[in-house]
Design a protein around this ligand. Structure first.
Ligand code: NAD
Ligand code: UDP
Length: 318
């Protein structure tokens, strides 16, 4: 049995990761400040005696003895990470320093949840790990993008200078149950809008693309990455199937049977035009890992989750 720390464990991805690690017979310590995460996501795990929940902010040092650390703490939706941009950078940079310092002291493996946003508005398509990216350092998205880029630098510097066993995964747009209905990202927005019969908000002309990965595929990739030896990454983890936002809206309308109308809003500044991972490196280094759940299947599961959640809310109001 390993003792594993998951920062940001009460968030969307973190809650799925905690569940998976417990299922494999590990002891899991979930650390979160509940900025965008919720205790509700981990209530089902609370009965497990090998699960522990700690309220803590990763910008402050944390002392514990663990074998592995997954560092996920950071708001991930543009609406939330721009709410307090300075805090977002502090979370990425100071959080990375604190977790790397901890890993160095206790000789733990440490995995960083990095992002496809390190590629910015990419001029290379699909994106390979060797591409250095096209990020605006002073725009509204920079607190997140540059914070994550700096965290990657810190991870590699602790590896080279202090021999810390680091792992970096660059996560591409991921969705699934446990997303916050007010998260603000496109999949949860479209599903909640469709289920409520509200207008579907398309930013820009809807021709920009993203490649959406179901959360179970990501968690599988992260666990495999942690298990690697002599491989630091960075490695892309994502689904290669690329869709325009209009195609995504059509799929959501079709699967929900909703009659919601499309409403076109202005495109946020620096919104990337296209995004698709090259996952050859992940396939090679992560024991043949590849995504298994395609968009419609994943959307269906996510719609079921939000439908139940909104149903509970409606019940509570009546
Ligand atoms: P999320 O917002 O649901 O989860 C983030 C969690 O971190 C939340 O529980 C939040 O309360 C916690 N947190 C934030 N600041 C903190 C702090 N200072 N101290 C302690 N806890 C803090 O988002 P998510 O989608 O689950 O993302 C998890 C990680 O994966 C993030 O690091 C994100 O950057 C990365 N990522 C996610 C995606 C995606 O598509 N979901 C894509 C790329 C990278
Ligand atoms: N988007 C949209 N409507 C929404 C929310 C987002 O059209 O209600 C667009 C957004 O402009 C972007 C894409 O969907 O082009 C993905 O946005 P998200 O915030 O989910 O992720 P990111 O831009 O960080 O990849």
């Amino acid at each position: 049995m390993k003792r594993i720390l998951v920062t940001g464990g009460a968030g969307f991805i973190g809650s799925h990761l905690c569940k998976r690690l417990l299922k494999e017979g590990n002891e899991v310590i979930c650390l979160d400040n509940y900025f965008t995460g919720s205790k509700k996501n981990i209530v089902p795990l609370m009965e497990n005696p090998y699960f522990e929940l700690i309220r803590h902010d990763v910008t402050n040092p944390f002392m514990i003895e663990v074998d592995e650390i997954y560092n996920l703490a950071c708001p991930a939706s543009p609406v939330h990470y721009q709410y307090n941009a300075i805090k977002t950078i502090k979370t990425s940079v100071m959080g990375a320093i604190n977790m790397l310092g901890l890993a160095k002291r206790v000789k733990a493996k440490v995995l960083q949840a990095s992002t496809s946003e390190v590629y910015g508005d990419p001029e290379v398509h699909p994106q390979t790990e060797t591409y250095w990216g096209n990020v605006n350092p002073i725009g509204p998205r920079s607190c997140y993008d540059e914070g994550k880029r700096c965290a990657e630098t810190l991870f590699m510097d602790y590896h080279h200078q202090n021999n810390v066993d680091v792992k970096i995964v660059r996560i591409f747009n991921t969705y699934g149950p446990n997303m916050n209905p007010d998260d603000g990202r496109v999949v949860s927005n479209f599903i909640v809008q469709a289920l409520k019969g509200e207008d579907i908000t398309i930013f820009g002309n809807g021709q920009q693309t993203r490649s959406f990965q179901y959360v179970d595929d990501l968690v599988e990739g992260m666990v495999r990455m942690m298990a690697t030896e002599n491989f630091t990454g960075p490695v892309n983890i994502g689904n290669q199937n690329e869709f325009t936002m209009l195609e995504l809206a059509e799929a959501v309308l079709d699967l929900t049977g909703s009659t919601s109308k499309l409403s076109f809003k202005s495109l946020p500044q620096d919104d990337p035009k296209q995004r698709q991972p090259d996952i050859s490196l992940a396939k090679k280094e992560l024991n043949g890992w590849e995504p298994r759940i395609e968009l419609r299947e994943g959307l269906y599961k996510t719609i079921q989750y939000f439908d139940a959640l909104l149903g509970q809310k409606r019940k509570a109001l009546t």
